[in-house]
Design a protein around this ligand. Sequence first.
Ligand SMILES: [Zn+2]
Length: 96
Amino acid sequence: MARGKTGGHPDRRRQKRLRVIPEPQDTARPIVAPADAAALNVIGGFDGAPDFVCGSCGRALTRGARRAEIVRFVLRCGGCGAFNDARADPHDPQQG
Ligand SMILES: [Zn+2]
């Protein structure tokens, strides 16, 4: 069925790929699963913040969360199980 334009621009959120890391052996940072990532959405909710996506499969792990808030965690992707690290990415000097 045809769906009329709802006006405005399409939802083109910025996306930033997280860095995939090996399974952490230390317990310095909690590992959060996708269900927990919903909580991160609550923490975030900033329209200007990008979605952080799995560096392996591209699945969105957070929406509207700022990097400063998610660096405390290791984000485990619910799609491929990769461990994603939001800490500074050498390819992204602006750090979101
Ligand atoms: Zn993934």
